[in-house]
Design a protein around this ligand. Structure first.
Ligand code: DX5
Ligand code: ZN
Length: 546
């Protein structure tokens, strides 16, 4: 199940999980959004990209086990199970209601408990500090039985105040449980305060290492890093593995992020639609490394990786489809060793089907070919091969081109549509504003026909045109000259992010206004809106909000 999940599909499923969780929480008027969201990438990556299981056969003897010890993250856990196929996601709307199978804390599934639980739940949680012991027991039993099933346990950092966690940790070290992977949702908040104020845990890495665990540390919201750590965990022998996932409580909703008050509180139901729009509006920034000084690609990647960009945009030009030549799959293979950042590869080459395997072997995460360079059948074959290899397929159209009619038959498994806003061939060209109206129409038409992927804006994107293309429907933004052209990469990335945030806040404010909850939304969002008050022309209004 899921090992070959494509990068953008994985992100979409995790996004869907957050959206179902928030609907359940606002409908119930209670629940734990904070932990559901800090652990969303962790649980999503396990279910959609790592664990062996079968929703149609929940007791499959070869399945991997997931023990959610920080059980208050139940809404997030339930939504991951639903998106994984164990039950219909719509059932999340019955969260915590009398008679619902989805109660505040999960109940281990059994025939006997079928009215209070759902298939896939291996452990009844609630009182914290216990789940790791259960995981150790299951892992030890698998080992004693000579079985290959693996056990994944999710624990919290507040929960790590519990002494039982450390008893279990010692036992796992003693029994060399290399079939046990524990992930710590390190969101630095517990109940009503910050962990380091209440019961300091740091140096947490040293603690687990001292208890004979192999320890990895990742950004817990970067799926590529979690996948990387899980791959490494699979190579560890004679030691249990701890993955410290640095996360943000409430991640995904900006006014909930890193805010203890959203540990166990539900946002008002009237805000649900606006919250869903925010969750659906994540932006991805992808610097194009052909911009700026010639080559020196490694250095360019390192510099933007430090700035926290989301992906690297790789422009492959063959000197035939476009009048310029850049680099090919062999260069990408070398760059691949440098970083786990997703590679967003834009093939501006003739006859892409002929060399597509080279780019598949170069382990790109997204591969986009031009509609002008392939026939319907060629594109279908490319799309199929990319999906079979867990790579997100994309199609690009030049400013003067419209999407081919046949593309509407391929939308289901299409993850990206690049709407070029320059004629391809080099970085540093001027943005063509006439593309905006096309992008608006296309975004609408494609979504009406089942497209659930990303519109990508590529060509002349800077702080101004980013907002314009955002409003036109783009959510992936390629930036070459805007990032590498000015000598201040740090400032450039921050500025682009800021502009994406302004565009988001404006959109959410407009939505809240349409729903007649403008003041209510601004009150909930006040501390987030202040830095944009001038650009959003809401200074007075915001000031009046008490
Ligand atoms: C152009 C490429 C773009 C370009 C972006 O053919 O596809 O990705 O490098 O660079 P800027 O942002 O400078 O236009
Ligand atoms: Zn490009």
């Amino acid at each position: 199940m899921g090992f070959n999940m494509r990068y953008l599909d994985l992100k979409r499923k995790i996004r869907d999980g957050r959206m179902w969780a928030i609907q359940g929480i606002t409908e119930a008027g209670s629940g734990h959004p904070g932990a559901s969201f800090s652990a969303a990438e962790i649980m999503g990556t396990l279910y959609f990209k790592r664990m062996r299981y079968d929703p149609s056969n929940p007791d499959w003897s070869e399945r991997d086990y997931f023990i959610n010890s920080k059980a208050h993250s139940a809404p997030g856990f339930y939504s991951a199970l639903a998106v994984a196929g164990y039950f219909q996601p719509e059932e999340l709307r019955t969260l915590r209601q009398l008679g619902s199978r989805l109660q505040g804390h999960p109940v281990r599934y059994s025939e006997h408990q079928r009215h209070h639980s759902v298939p896939g739940i291996e452990y009844s949680g609630g009182s914290e500090g216990i789940g790791l012991s259960v995981g150790v027991g299951i892992a030890l039993a698998q080992k004693l039985d000579g079985k290959k099933n693996r056990v994944f346990v999710l624990i919290g950092d507040g929960e790590s105040n519990e002494g039982q966690i450390w008893e279990a940790s010692m036992a796992a070290g003693k029994f060399k449980l290399d079939n046990l992977v524990t992930i710590l949702d390190r969101n630095r908040i517990q109940q009503d305060g910050f962990t380091e104020d209440i019961m300091p845990l740091d140096p947490i890495k040293d603690k687990w290492t001292a208890f004979n665990w192999e320890v990895f540390e990742v950004d817990g919201h970067r799926v590529e890093q979690i996948v990387d750590a899980l791959n490494k965990a699979g190579q560890v022998h004679d030691k249990p593995v701890m993955i410290i996932a640095n996360t943000v409580k409430g991640n995904g909703i900006r006014h909930m992020a890193n805010n203890p008050q959203w540990h166990g509180k539900a946002p008002p139901k009237r805000q649900t639609e606006v919250l869903l729009e925010e969750l659906e509006s994540e932006c991805l920034i992808a610097p194009s490394i052909i911009a700026g000084e010639r080559e020196n690609y490694e250095d360019k990647i390192r510099k933007v990786e430090r700035e926290g960009v989301d992906m690297i945009h790789l422009d492959v030009m063959d000197g035939r489809f476009v009048p310029n030549t850049t680099f090919f799959a062999d260069t990408i293979k070398k760059l691949r060793r440098l970083t786990s950042l997703p590679f967003d590869t834009h093939l501006m080459i003739e006859d892409p089907l002929k060399s597509i395997q080279d780019y598949i072997d170069a382990r790109c995460d997204i591969i986009t070919v031009h509609a002008e360079a392939c026939t319907e059948n060629e594109f279908r074959e490319i799309q199929e091969r990319l999906i079979d290899n867990g790579i997100s397929p994309g199609i690009a159209i030049n400013p003067g081109t419209d999407v081919p009619k046949w593309l509407y038959q391929c939308l289901h498994n299409l993850d990206v549509v690049i709407v070029m806003s320059v004629n391809p061939g080099s970085a540093g060209q001027k943005f063509m504003p006439e593309v905006l109206s096309k992008m608006i129409v296309l975004n609408k038409q494609l979504r009406q026909n089942g497209f659930r992927g990303y519109i990508e804006a590529d060509g002349g994107i800077d702080a101004t045109t980013l907002q314009q293309t955002y409003d036109a429907g783009a959510r992936i933004f390629v930036a070459g000259a805007a990032v590498y052209g000015g000598g201040d990469i740090h400032g450039a990335v921050i500025h682009l992010r800021h502009k994406a945030e302004v565009a988001l806040e404006r959109r959410l404010l407009n939505h809240a206004t349409q729903l007649n909850i403008r003041a209510d939304w601004m009150k909930a969002r006040k501390h987030i809106l202040i830095p944009y008050a001038n650009e959003l022309r809401i200074e007075e209004e915001l000031h009046a909000i008490r």
